[in-house]
Design a binder for this molecule. Structure first.
Ligand SMILES: Cc1ncc(COP(=O)(O)O)c(C=O)c1O
Length: 429
């Protein structure tokens, strides 16, 4: 989906200056847009019991972004030790941090317990005996197997490596009780970039059914259900916005029905990443080559692999990102069919294929849209390509650097046998 009119207006006003000052390529995130989305979500869910968003740190682990998220009153869903550290550095309290790791190591359990701990969301029944000091509040990730289908990004639940099986889930809580747990939550995450409201409502229904099944067998109450993330954003121009307000209303109704039956209702948690920040970022890159092969190619100064990855790994069924050319999209220009590519020696290093774009020349500025989530975070150094810088367009219109670009020196730093003279030479450059 093209970036919002408001973001475009504010960014375009300054883009030539930003490009000149910071140089390309860079991701730039829109603080105002992120805050607006956060406030809207809070508003939609204001009548849903104990609603809490735990932003999925993996979606955008830039500390500046996490501080904006914290200010919105949201918590954090972490999947690793560095993400736990980031979340704690924002000042988030233990019960506003969830650790949803999988194939978890003892080291991760150790970090999870530090600083007053966090909500442990266990991914497998075998993990119960491995948690060194079992917390009183425990959550399990539930995998419904063939009961539900997933999509091309996450795969089907029955094939996935996540969560406790349906036939294990009651035993998981039984064993947790034996280890001293007295407070309980239930989590799931079975889809990714899911546009269908019905699917998400069915996920809330599924969680409440599983809560009912476990509560009846073990005579326990659940403090919360956590629907996970997975809500779609409109990447393609014709995609529609997910109806978050309708999800909030349906959740409110389902929780009220649950309360009528059981005389209490669990709180409702969500872990959206993409929905919160995805549309509020663009990658700005400059055209360095125009090449004619069996197709027409536009080569830009960013590599898809080292700056966002999604189009490369989800090709051909997913990973679409809208592409536009700065100051060329609104006029009467000759339209050409091109592939927009990076420089990595990997044929999937293509931001977009067969795109109808206004005729592009070297030096033009190309924008890759919707890079606010799961983009920089997924980038790789494959081919010795370096990650770009990240900027923020602040609410007051100022722009600042929130992560510098990687340098060649960064790339070599972890190699123990690398010649110190070269590193010293690079440091001076
Ligand atoms: C456990 C968990 N929660 C939340 C998310 C966020 O998903 P999304 O950004 O699609 O909402 C992910 C993404 O992979 C995840 O693995």
């Amino acid at each position: 989906m093209p970036m919002s009119k408001d973001f475009k207006k504010r960014l375009y006003l300054k883009l030539p200056d930003i490009v000149e000052h910071f140089g390309t390529p860079f991701h730039i995130y829109d603080e105002k847009g992120i805050i607006q989305t956060g406030e809207e979500v809070k508003n939609y869910f204001s009548e849903v019991s104990g609603f809490q968003e735990f932003f999925a740190v993996k979606a955008n682990p830039n500390f500046k972004i996490l501080k904006i998220i914290k200010k919105l009153g949201f918590g954090f869903d972490c999947s690793s030790i560095p993400e736990l550290i980031l979340a704690r550095q924002t000042g988030a309290q233990p019960e506003k941090i969830m650790l949803s790791s999988n194939n978890t190591s003892l080291e991760e359990f150790g970090w999870a317990a530090l600083n007053g701990g966090c909500i442990l969301n266990l991914d497998d029944i075998t993990m119960i005996s491995k948690v060194p000091k079992f917390p009183e509040l425990i959550c399990f990730r539930y995998n419904p197997g063939k009961r539900r289908i997933g999509n091309e990004i996450i795969g089907n639940p029955a094939d996935s490596k996540y969560g406790a099986r349906h036939d294990q889930i009651v035993d998981a809580y039984r064993l947790a009780i034996k280890r001293g747990a007295t407070r309980f939550g239930l989590h799931t995450m079975i889809c990714s970039n899911q546009p269908k409201l019905r699917y998400m409502v069915e996920t809330v229904e599924m969680l409440l059914e599983i809560v009912e099944m476990i509560s009846t067998k073990l005579n326990i109450k659940f403090e919360f259900i956590n629907m996970g993330g997975g809500i779609a954003i409109p990447y393609k121009p014709k995609d529609k916005f997910f109806n978050m307000s309708a999800l909030a209303n349906a959740t409110k109704r389902l929780l009220a029905e649950f309360e009528q039956k059981f005389w209490y209702k669990p709180k409702f948690y969500m872990e959206s990443g993409r929905y919160m920040t995805g549309p509020h970022g663009v990658l700005v890159t400059k055209v360095i080559n125009r090449m004619s092969k069996y197709k027409e190619f536009v080569g830009v100064d960013a590599s898809c692999i080292s700056s966002m990855m999604r189009p490369a790994i989800y090709y051909p069924d997913g990973g679409y990102h809208h592409i536009s050319v700065f100051e060329k999209n609104d006029g009467p220009f000759e339209i050409v069919n091109v592939n927009v590519v990076g420089s990595a020696c990997e044929n999937n290093d293509q931001f977009g294929r067969d795109r109808e774009l206004p005729k592009i020349s070297e030096g033009d500025i190309v924008l890759i849209h919707d890079t606010g989530a799961h983009c920089y975070a997924m980038a790789s150094n494959y081919n010795g390509r370096l990650r770009p810088k990240e900027l923020i367009l602040r609410e007051d219109g100022d722009v600042s650097l929130i992560r510098r670009a990687e340098t060649i020196n960064d790339y070599f730093r972890t190699q123990s046998d690398f010649t110190p003279e070269v590193l010293r030479f690079l440091e001076k450059k």
